[in-house]
Write a protein that binds this ligand. Structure first.
Ligand code: BG6
Length: 404
């Protein structure tokens, strides 16, 4: 059965047409312009601890003591019952947030999840499945192919049997955008205006919202002794992201070393495959460097032929289940002459020190939440290389961004 009616206790805040869920803390301030020394992109990267904190406290409340935040309980009551499948539609960086979420929805909540970019969905929609939640993700809320794909999903489900009815959720940074008019439930990311064309703080805030939804969906499945620590781990994120930002000088020096590189490979496994893709997109968008992100296992099957001493390989290698296999891939890359750079966590930094030519050390974190940290050095690397190349880091060529 698709969602029907409105449970009486659903806060108007998240029910269509728009959300007025507001941060309990003021949104980060943005300077009047980006001339002179400052760039919006750097400021927006640096705002991420505050943005994540704002997002968490707005959704969870200051104490985060509740087992399930009321606002997500309301969403839960609008979901198809039983929820059998989740479809995510998004483009660019938002699609990468969706790839991380796909991992959370499947691995934490056990719900089969498909993801497709808006343009690909228009060409080849997912099969029409019953009891399906469709999530559209777009920071601007205005990306045409994402909106058209959601509209197509809505149209093809209209007039069908109850189990095929659309249940559309939107995740966006713009609560009054076109997306907000289209969906049944809106989950704002509350990141404040993002002026830099390369999405940074809106990406991490999309991840926070997705993770809260995943926990909500996993509530029945996770024992309380896993659920409560997951919420506690979220609370540590602002401090941990701040600690990652303190690595800026090391990342700046890496940028200086590789400012003239023509190609770069990013490798990740498991949940961090999505961050390899996102890191490569950040590098492409801002530096025009040819960067490619790969699932490290797949990289071995062909693309490894690209490697030589001029092609740095960045391995996203936090401690966790996928680390051993990834390090084997790194050893192989190194044996072909590639310089290898590791993004590692403190709990494995000693073991990997001799393998990597350079390593950026992040605070220890559960691998499942690690994308919220591993993406930060890649954002900074893209920023610093772009600046060293004298590029317009806030307004890269050929790309536009809707600022609603
Ligand atoms: C692209 C931008 O055009 O749109 C990307 O180049 C961006 O940076 C993508 O991620 C999607 O944007 P949005 O607003 O839908 O998240």
């Amino acid at each position: 059965m698709g969602h029907t009616g409105e449970a009486s206790f659903i806060p108007a805040a998240i029910v269509k047409p728009t959300s007025d869920l507001k941060p309990t803390h003021s949104a980060p301030s943005i300077p009047a312009d980006s001339r002179g020394q400052g760039h919006y992109m750097l400021q927006e990267i640096q705002q991420q601890p505050e943005v994540i904190h704002t997002c968490l406290t707005t959704y969870l409340g200051e104490s985060a003591a509740c087992f399930l935040p009321p606002v997500l309980m309301a969403l839960r009551d609008r979901l198809p019952v039983p929820l059998q499948e989740i479809h995510i539609i998004a483009s660019g960086t938002s699609r990468h947030a969706g790839l991380v979420a796909q991992f959370w929805f499947e691995q934490l909540a056990g719900i089969p999840t498909r993801i497709r970019s808006g343009s690909a969905f228009l060409e080849a929609p997912f099969p029409l499945t019953p009891h399906t939640l469709t999530i559209g993700v777009t920071q601007s809320g205005e990306t045409a192919d994402t909106l058209q794909a959601l509209a197509l999903d809505q149209q093809r489900r209209a007039g069908r049997s109850p189990e095929l009815q659309a249940c559309l959720v939107g995740i966006t940074n713009h609560a009054n955008s076109s997306l907000a008019q289209q969906v049944d439930v809106l989950l704002p990311t509350l990141a404040g205006l993002e002026v830099g064309v390369a999405a940074t703080k809106t990406f991490t805030s999309q991840l926070v919202v997705f993770y809260l939804v995943a926990l909500m969906l996993a509530e029945q499945r996770l024992e309380r002794d896993r659920f409560t620590p997951a919420l506690t781990a979220l609370q540590q994120l602002p401090t941990q992201v701040q600690q990652v930002l303190q690595q800026a000088p090391a990342i700046q020096s890496l940028a200086t070393q590789w400012r003239d590189a023509s190609h770069c490979i990013l490798l990740g496994r498991g949940i961090n495959r999505a961050i390899a893709l996102e890191g490569a997109l950040k590098l492409k968008e801002t530096t025009y460097l040819h960067a490619e992100g790969y699932a490290a296992g797949e990289f071995m099957h062909g693309p490894i032929a690209l490697l030589d001493e001029r092609v740095p390989v960045i391995a996203i290698a936090p401690a966790g289940k996928t680390q051993a296999a990834l390090l084997t891939n790194v050893q192989k890359a190194k044996s072909h002459g590639a310089p290898v750079i590791g993004i590692v966590t403190r709990d494995n930094a000693n073991a990997t020190e001799r393998l990597f030519d350079t390593q950026i050390v992040l605070p220890a974190i559960d691998e499942i939440l690690s994308p919220l940290l591993t993406v930060i050095p890649l954002q900074l690397l893209a920023y610093y290389i772009a600046v060293l190349r004298g590029l317009n880091v806030d307004r890269p060529r050929n790309i536009t961004k809707t600022l609603v």
